[in-house]
Design a binder for this molecule. Structure first.
Ligand SMILES: [Zn+2]
Length: 295
């Protein structure tokens, strides 16, 4: 069982991992905290972008010799393959940590995962530590990895019947606030922009800088996108949404009077598309902001 201090360290690792959202794709946003043999935090790090050091390597570099005999607390199973960088399990063994705590296992592990190799080397490994909480950050990457399509969030202004209408100020403000955490934004004009321009590795989204914009969710995935924010209601947005149901919707619903009689002839009054359930509701401006997920 992880100690109270280790649980706190995992929450810290989850929080700092989010700084990689909108830049790490196609790699996952991962955070790592290193505790020394007495349980004190001596290093932390996260993964910023493809081609740069992974979270564990950054955290171990910060900890230096203090990691020896200590514990590495990491939000995703350490990798076990030679890619752009040596595998993280190698860095963990070289740093001689005694214990590794993992929140979420990596479904992309090639062959035996990093956890198995660490155990074989005599390191104590605990997995599923705050997995649900880590998925708040890793969830979109994980679902994209499993489906081969980016995780799609659609923000729009709804009419009273719940149908999407043209982009309004509420949608523009929403997109401005959220875009930094997404790989790509599909603008009202149908263009694909990086959520944070220039944030990804050099070869990621090179395809988007050409003339041919990928038309399918699978092509966006192949280009490196793991999360896409679709803004408003436009032909460009409609093309993508027709090919890929959004995983998540954020709907700005107009306010009504405290007592109001809808015209029965006007048809049903709605909020979310069919097949979505409410996950949060809050007053926003003169109306209500409702979020929903599929299923
Ligand atoms: Zn790694």
């Amino acid at each position: 069982m992880p100690s109270a201090h280790e649980v706190r360290a995992m929450r810290r690792a989850i929080a700092i991992s989010a700084q990689g959202l909108g830049s790490t794709s196609p790699n996952p946003p991962v955070g790592c905290v290193v505790l020394d043999v007495r349980g004190r935090t001596v290093g932390e790090g996260y993964h910023l972008r493809k081609g740069e050091p992974h979270a564990e390597v950054n955290a171990l570099a910060a900890a230096g010799r203090s990691a020896e005999g200590g514990t590495a607390v990491v939000t995703l199973e350490p990798c076990n393959h030679y890619g752009r960088t040596p595998p993280c399990r190698e860095a963990l063994l070289a740093a001689r940590v005694a214990r590794v705590l993992i929140a979420v296992m990596d479904p992309t592990s090639r062959g035996a995962g990093g956890a198995a190799v660490l155990r074989q080397a005599g390191v104590e490994v605990e997995q599923d530590v705050l997995a649900d909480e880590a998925l708040v950050v890793l969830g979109p990457w994980l679902s994209a990895t499993k489906t081969g399509r980016p995780h799609v969030t659609w923000v729009y202004q709804a009419a009273l019947d719940g149908s999407p209408v043209g982009e309004g100020e509420a949608v523009r403000n929403e997109v401005a606030a959220l875009r930094g955490a997404y790989d790509l934004v599909v603008t009202a004009g149908g263009a694909f922009d990086e959520g944070r321009p220039g944030s990804h590795g050099r070869d990621v989204f090179a395809v988007l800088r050409g003339d041919a914009v990928p038309g399918s969710p699978e092509a966006l995935f192949a280009a490196g996108a793991r999360s896409v924010l679709v803004a408003g209601h436009s032909p460009g947005a409609a093309a993508l949404l027709a090919a890929c149901l959004p995983d998540e919707v954020i709907v700005h619903v107009p306010g009504t009077a405290e007592s109001w009689a809808p015209s029965p002839e006007a048809g049903p009054v709605g909020v979310l598309p069919d097949g979505y359930r409410v996950t949060s509701v809050a007053p926003a401006g003169n109306g209500v902001r409702v979020t929903g997920t599929r299923g």
